[in-house]
Design a protein around this ligand. Sequence first.
Ligand code: S3P
Length: 172
Amino acid sequence: MKSNIVLIGFMGSGKSITGKLLAYRLGYSFVDTDTAIEQEYKTKIKDMFAKEGEAIFRQRETATIQKLAQKSHQVISTGGGVATKETDMQELRKNGIVIALTAMPHTILKRTGNDKRPLLAKKSNEERLKTIIELMAKRAPFYKKADLIIKTDDTTPLQNVEIIMKYLKGVK
Ligand code: S3P
């Protein structure tokens, strides 16, 4: 049985909160790739995007994932772009069950009110919704490759955990 649970999905789909609750429930450690990157490079993601650019962030993200994929018994909450990187996903899949959390663009808009996410920052609500729709259309095919897909528009993080626990019982 694979021993990591990898959460993928768009920004604001609930990966971090669901992941924390799930890790607690399973007795696993919880890792958020963004937080791991921020700790390792001692820079906030939004400053990394602003000062060094997205390409450098993506390289660091890949390096972080390579390391995390070697460890076990973790719930790994990934940044929204990770699912689109095939080699990173291959690494994560070796010892990980991949679960996608999805939500409609309007739900994502409501949940991403603050501006810590550089891809959605400094935009009006209308512009933000447009970006969400466009980016989601590009990424949806990648999120669909997950072992389990949960629509989170009307679920609470605890309900997501229940769905995942039920699924995991069937896998074991
Ligand atoms: C990104 C999502 C963010 C973070 C970065 C880029 C993306 O993570 O990795 O801002 O490309 O969708 P969350 O999905 O945790 O917000």
